[in-house]
Design a binder for this molecule. Sequence first.
Ligand code: ZN
Length: 270
Amino acid sequence: MLAKTSVRLTMLGTGHAMTTRCYNTCFALAGNADGNYILIDAGGGNQILTRIEAAGLTWPALEAVYLTHAHTDHILGVPWLLRRFAYAPDGARRVIYGHADVLAALHLICRATLGPDFQERVSGAVAYRTVADGDTFRAAGLDLRAFDVQADRMRQFGLEAAWAGGRFVYTGDGRYNAGADSRAVGADWLMGEAFCLERDREFYRPGEKGHGTARDAGLLAARLGAANLVLVHTEDDHLSERRRDYSREAGEVFPGRVHVPDDLETIELS
Ligand SMILES: [Zn+2]
């Protein structure tokens, strides 16, 4: 009999772009007994280096990076990873996956901020792979599929991860468009953004930033028929009550289980 696949989601950050009490939303997915993981986004700065170590993840086990979009709070942590890879070579060549726009932005940032000798070292330590809507690839023991969430602002991709007996779908941090439903429907685990609670809508004005509330996320998860909903990319003014209040609000419209992880928390997906 095949051993049950162990799939772990580790949150390195759970906040939106301007949070100061938690890191920007980024996370690791591991689907192997050996603990190799793929990092999804890197947050907005060199705190990513601290977060990886604080979460108990090791550098050699970092197999690949997947970038959803080029906003500051997701992409600016990447040059720090590149520096880490370039100057602590362990022989592994990491793959950085992203759609054409996000990789173009990353190259621009690297050209402007890393010297030529540095870029030379980086090019020996990483390989870039451009992914298009629907492209599949394998990393960290998982079958992965990139898909365009059809956000109405900057181009943004989500990620689908499948393993024997389970499926996880990340719909990104922005307004998800129903055109992507074929990728996101019926997930065992659906992860998406909840900028704030309904009661604080007037204060945070999530709609102006292309975001929604915990209730919006619950309605989406209910419509897509998810079994579990993970809420991330939130404000950080109510961290001590966040789990309780966001779960309650999303749970009023979503019949499945709601998870509101803290930074550095790991959720066993299988
Ligand atoms: Zn963001």
